[in-house]
Design a protein around this ligand. Structure first.
Ligand SMILES: Cc1cc2nc3c(=O)[nH]c(=O)nc-3n(C[C@H](O)[C@H](O)[C@H](O)COP(=O)(O)OP(=O)(O)OC[C@H]3O[C@@H](n4cnc5c(N)ncnc54)[C@H](O)[C@@H]3O)c2cc1C
Length: 546
């Protein structure tokens, strides 16, 4: 059975090389190409090279017993081709694995050219052919072309594809001044799980003035976008009027302060990031401000004067599916319910200049949208994935843990609306014995270079098993690879956001053991030891090529 891989980025190249190594014939489609002597690129890629690193050259920490290290160790043991090239092209970068990006891509290109089982097609895929009876791996990344995005929506049903990631800041719990805040749920509905930071009128005015004066992050030309009314940045809401935030994410109604018996002028709510409650996110506080500006403005919130930020707010382009609704543990698109049959054709786009990217989603979001004004020019400080300076490496980009409490936000969604919400029917409905489609990389709902390569590795392994007529065995939950997939397929679909690997995603130690081992480093070491053992057992049981 043939395998086609769509997207020659990190995940796609890893998947293609893995499947070919496991004896499968692979057709690899990549739309970046030289056309009439001119490079046809995406808005972020600068070359036509395979596996281009679009921004930093770091594959994160190599410090033993951190979560990014653990993931890389498993990938090395699992024979990841791209990680081998990363190791071979590493440049000195302290405790991180950083690579010479040109050499890294060159080695990927060489390996693909040298692999007789891989055929390369330099063309944009716009449709998925239902007649294709092989295995498809979709790995077209955060900048999936417009036509294919529309096709994926058609395939999965609208409301299951997001085009933006809007991220609220996260603070470490023990840096919150608990004397200045109170626990409560709005209208006392449910348990009092939220930390509420109350503001009087003067405090609110000071905060608002600082917010209005805060320096925005640069918005790249292709990121200038129509944001959705449901997840507007706080600075945009603030510009609409001095009271707008008090009717949005800082709404105080139903949040009487039990210490005074009065309702504050405004309230900032903090919600637990994980069951351990060692970090909290600022509900509805997505923003597009420079990190330094965020540190200043957010520390004006009562209780957060000395807050340590694990992550700052961001809003950026990112195309990803609602994996918890769509994928199974082997990254396969789940069968859809009965319905009308539809043909899914794989067609190449006509040759020619790249079309302007659709920055707005076709999702059924609120009707009105607001255009962000251009931000002043300046260094690209916050566009993507920069860690909060004070946070420990492996927790810098914490994402919501699946076990978060019920939504109690003051009316602000925290990611592109539509995903995980109401849907239109999908084109898979009623298809008899659909050929398998797997998702990998950023499009599947993971975040980051290493995580994209990791899901590419898994997709290659699973697709090869299917192509050989076997049922793929998912990576164990206890492993880092398994935990990453476990997160994307089991997260709450309504709050789903892409995730980096962190200890939050890994299987926690038993409560008794956690209590016994007080030292966090030792707990992490134990989790890593268990993960590697689980990975080895899975990997060793898998049939290998001769
Ligand atoms: C601007 C930006 C900066 C980022 N910076 C970082 C960073 O510093 N560190 C980090 O860890 N992560 C970063 N990321 C996130 C993520 O890790 C990278 O985007 C990573 O490259 C994702 O890997 P991928 O394989 O999923 O997608 P990509 O590497 O983007 O690969 C997808 C490939 O699919 C191709 N493609 C798209 N549509 C089609 C189509 N219809 N037909 C054929 N081919 C198609 C694209 O040309 C591309 O080559 C960044 C993302 C963006 C957008």
């Amino acid at each position: 059975m043939k395998i086609r891989v769509i997207g020659g980025g990190l995940a796609g190249c890893e998947a293609a090389l893995t499947a070919a190594h496991l004896g499968c014939a692979v057709d690899l489609y990549e739309m970046r190409a030289m056309v009439d002597g001119q490079p046809r690129l995406t808005p972020a890629h600068q070359t036509t090279d395979f596996g281009e690193l679009v921004c930093s050259n770091s594959l994160k920490s190599e410090s033993p017993n951190t979560a990014p290290w653990l993931l890389k160790q498993e990938m090395r043991r699992g024979g990841s081709a791209l990680l081998r090239f990363a190791d071979e092209t590493a440049v000195p970068a302290g405790h991180a694995l950083a690579v010479d990006r040109v050499e890294f891509s060159r080695r990927i290109g060489e390996a693909i050219a040298a692999q007789p089982l891989i055929r390369v097609f330099r063309e944009e895929v716009t449709r998925l052919d239902a007649d294709f009876d092989g295995v498809t791996i979709l790995a077209t990344g955060p900048l999936t072309s417009d036509a294919l995005s529309a096709e994926i929506e058609r395939l999965t049903g609208s409301g299951r594809l997001a085009f933006y990631d809007s991220i609220s800041p996260i603070v470490e719990a023990d840096s919150i001044d608990m004397e200045r805040v109170y626990m409560a749920a709005r209208w006392d509905k449910g348990t009092a799980d939220y930390i509420n930071c109350p503001m009087d009128r003067a405090e609110f005015d000071t905060f608002l003035d600082a917010l209005l004066a805060a320096e925005p992050a640069e918005i790249k030309e292709w990121e200038k976008a129509d944001y959705f009314e449901g997840c507007l940045p706080i600075e945009v809401l603030a510009r609409r009027g001095r009271d707008t935030l008090r009717f949005g994410p800082m709404k105080p109604v139903g949040l009487r302060d039990p210490r005074t018996g009065k309702t504050p002028w405004a309230v900032v709510q903090l919600r637990k990031e994980n069951l351990r409650a060692d970090s909290y996110n600022l509900v509805g506080f997505q923003n597009h401000l420079k990190f330094g500006a965020q540190a200043h403005v957010l520390r004006l919130i009562p209780g957060l004067e000395n807050a340590r930020f694990l992550r700052y707010g961001q809003i950026h382009r990112n195309t990803y599916i609602c994996a918890p609704l769509l994928l199974d543990e082997t990254l396969r698109l789940k069968p859809a319910p009965e319905g009308p049959d539809e043909t899914l054709r794989l067609k190449s786009a006509p040759k020619g200049p790249e079309k302007t990217r659709r920055l707005n989603s076709a999702l059924e979001g609120p009707e009105e949208t607001l255009r962000l004004n251009s931000a002043p020019k300046g260094p690209d400080e916050t566009l993507r994935l920069k860690p909060a300076p004070e946070g420990p490496e492996e927790t810098r980009r914490l994402k919501s843990a699946p076990e978060g409490p019920e939504e109690n936000s003051p009316g602000q969604a925290q990611r592109s609306p539509g995903i995980g919400g109401e849907q239109t029917p999908c084109a898979l409905e009623g298809r008899r014995e659909p050929s398998p489609i797997l998702f990998a990389g950023q499009l599947s709902g993971v975040e980051g270079y290493t995580e994209s390569i990791a899901t590419g590795l898994l997709a290659g392994i699973y697709a090869a098993a299917i192509a050989h007529g076997e049922e793929p065995v998912p990576a164990p939950r206890a492993s880092a690879l398994g935990s990453l997939v476990h997160y994307i397929v089991h997260a709450d679909p309504k709050h789903f956001q892409p995730a980096n690997i962190t200890f939050d995603l890994l299987e926690p130690l038993e409560e008794e053991l956690r209590k016994k081992i007080r030292d966090k480093k030792e707990r992490h070491r134990l989790v890593c030891e268990r993960s590697l053992a689980a990975f080895d057992a899975w990997w060793n049981a898998m049939p290998k090529p001769l």
